[in-house]
Design a protein around this ligand. Structure first.
Ligand code: ATP
Length: 199
């Protein structure tokens, strides 16, 4: 599994279609202050489901849409696409190439896509769960995050270790199964009550 490319249209300072191709090995992005380096990382976090506009340095989510500059009028839509080489089937999906896209319109309408097909954020979260890539994973460590980890409470640190160890997925499934079990128990109680009433 390898991040192959990132495509941005209308995301923050990237008004025109811009594509970054990541080759094997280490990629370093350098540029003068204000040239958009942080915007690139924010685009990756955003497409993976970032929900907090503040953490993307905005007030509302649509603030990430290109707001205009000298010679360029503002845009109505932003779209970001991440493409992964999945030929090792690291992500359990029957495609050698996997793309995740997210678009947002000025009116706040927001859509997610897996390989071009409309989907829910939950589908993306499920796909990447425990892969180390998805939303809230530790594959992207922003400035200040390292300090946060050191200063976090033991139970929060435990969550980090569990996520990294890949057991969070099973905890999540256990929680879902327990919820269903409780629902079924309640249904059974209700059915027994009805049976008693009918007797
Ligand atoms: P530094 O090295 O100082 O951290 P950087 O290379 O990380 O800088 P960014 O913070 O990614 O730069 O980019 C900041 C630029 O993005 C600013 O010029 C800002 O005006 C521009 N920008 C941010 N949001 C938008 C937007 N919605 N529309 C247009 N431009 C935007």
């Amino acid at each position: 599994m390898r991040l192959e490319s990132l495509e941005l249209i209308g995301f923050k300072s990237f008004a025109q279609k811009t594509e970054f191709n990541f080759h094997k090995g280490l990629t370093e992005i350098v540029g003068p202050n204000g040239s958009g380096k942080s915007n690139i990382i924010e685009a990756i976090r955003w497409v993976l489901g970032e929900k907090s506009a503040k953490s993307l340095r905005g007030e509302k989510m649509s603030d990430i849409i290109f707001s205009g500059s000298d010679g360029h009028h503002s845009l109505n839509r932003a779209i970001v696409k991440l493409t992964f080489d999945n030929s090792d089937r690291y992500i359990d999906i029957d495609y050698t190439e996997l793309s995740i896209s997210r678009e947002i319109f000025k009116n706040g309408e927001n859509n997610y896509y897996i390989n071009g097909k409309l989907c829910r954020l939950k589908d993306i979260n499920n796909l990447f769960m425990d892969s180390g890539i998805g939303q809230g994973s530790f594959s992207i460590i922003s400035q200040g995050n390292v300090e946060n980890i050191f200063n976090s409470k033991p139970e929060d640190r435990r969550y980090i270790v569990e996520t990294l160890a890949g057991i969070y997925k099973y905890k999540n499934k256990k929680q879902e199964t327990n919820a269903k079990l409780n629902e079924n128990k309640n249904n059974l109680i209700r059915i027994n009550d009805i049976i008693l009433e009918l007797k």
